[in-house]
Structures are given as C-alpha cells and as structure tokens.
Design a protein. Sequence first.
Length: 130
Amino acid sequence: MNSMKVLVLDTNAIIRLEANRLGEFRPEVLNAIEDADRLIIPALASLELQYLETRKKVVQSAARVMQTMLVELRAQMSDAEAWRLSEIAADLRWTMDPFDRLICADAIYHDATLITSDRLILSNLPNALW
C-alpha cells in the first residue's frame, strides 16, 4: 500500500480547480487535495482539454489551464509510460471513452485516488472520489 497521499486529477476536476469553482467540490475532496503529498495531472488530460477547447466545450485555453495546475497547485505531469497505461486501460471495459480509460489507468498505475465528478467512473473505479 502506498503511504503517500497521491491524487490524480481528472479533466473535469482540473477545469473546476483552474476556474476557482471550489464550491463544486465536497469539503472532504478539497481537504484531500490540500493534504496530498503529490498531485498528478495525466498527460492525456492536456490533450482532452485541447479537444474540449476546440469543440468550444470549455472557455479556458488548455495551455492556461495546464500552466495554472503546474505552477499554482504545484501539480506534476504523470510519469507513466504510455504502453503501460494502454495495457491497464484495455482491462477497463466498463467505459468506451478512451480519455476516461487512460485517465483511470493513470490513477491505477500510480496507486492513487482519482478526483472526478464522472458518475460512471465513480461507480466502477474503487479508488475514485468526488
């Protein structure tokens, strides 16, 4: 068991944190983020943010969001190897969303809690929190 408090932030959590929409988080989740030894941003979250920006689903630029997370929250980009994430994600058959599968795989890889508002993930990934 990992003794460090490691959290992986799903894209939806990243968007809310960057926009300072803290009221959308339960107090326990905000405390977990504040108390974490390590906050991890999945590499795929950057790509998903660019995708959402291109589709006009978010107003913040992906670059600005990532900069805020890395500088102000002192989050770190995931160091997981792509081949390993793909291997883990292949077993997550409860969703067909490739972004969700790989972000969940990142949390599993790091033996971390995934911070997400996604109900499907919350229902299927034991170490997910909202």
